[in-house]
Design a protein around this ligand. Structure first.
Ligand SMILES: CC(C)(COP(=O)(O)OP(=O)(O)OC[C@H]1O[C@@H](n2cnc3c(N)ncnc32)[C@H](O)[C@@H]1OP(=O)(O)O)[C@@H](O)C(=O)NCCC(=O)NCCS
Length: 164
């Protein structure tokens, strides 16, 4: 991951679109890179196929270089999940583009709040999220967390954005 002070030139003509079936191997590969470093939860290919409609991707010159998902938890709460930008294209505005698209989608479908569990709270703060206590999150979130290998030692920060 780029150090905090690194700035790169913005990506030219990035295209954000909903993910398609043919993207799954690329999504799996992108997520694997960071999952193996412990930055993200791993997701199996079959999980990615089942949740494909949650995902948006960013293409640069026709190549998928970033992805992120909107998962719905409750009638008013969604989560930004599986957000990753190819290391070669970090700090070029693609993470921001994806989260802005996910925020738009969350608003469109009527969600009121969007959360994330992250090691990069400062990135989310730039996008209008604020850090919250994890125990402020509803039980349903923990229903997913209990399946996580880090459940008893979760060291991520919870961030939340109000969408109204
Ligand atoms: C975190 C991540 C998604 C950010 O995406 P990105 O495309 O590199 O970020 P952007 O270029 O859109 O940055 C948006 C803003 O956040 C800041 N930012 C991004 N990453 C940062 C970091 N690690 N530390 C401090 N600030 C950061 C940028 O400087 C920029 O600020 P600005 O608008 O004032 O210029 C990306 O680095 C990544 O995939 N990391 C590894 C996986 C991961 O941790 N995912 C998050 C899981 S919730």
């Amino acid at each position: 991951m780029s150090p905090p002070e690194t700035k790169r030139h913005p990506a030219t003509n990035p295209r954000v679109r909903p993910a398609a079936i043919g993207d799954v191997p690329t999504l799996h590969h992108l997520l694997e890179i960071y999952a193996s470093k412990g930055n993200l939860l791993p997701r199996t290919m079959s999980e990615l196929y089942r949740h494909l409609r949650d995902f948006f991707v960013v293409e640069l010159d026709g190549k998928v270089v970033a992805c992120g998902a909107l998962e719905i938890f409750t009638e008013d709460l969604g989560e930004v999940r599986s957000l990753v930008v190819d290391e070669a294209h970090e700090r070029r505005g693609l993470g921001r583009l994806l989260v802005e698209r996910i925020v738009d989608e969350a608003r469109t479908i009527g969600l009121k709040r969007l959360m994330a569990l992250t090691y990069v709270p400062v990135f989310f703060h730039k996008l209008g999220f604020r850090t919250v206590a994890k125990d402020a999150l509803p039980d349903k979130v923990w229903g997913v967390c209990v399946t996580c290998y880090k459940f008893n030692q979760c060291d991520e920060t919870a961030v939340l954005k109000e969408l109204n």
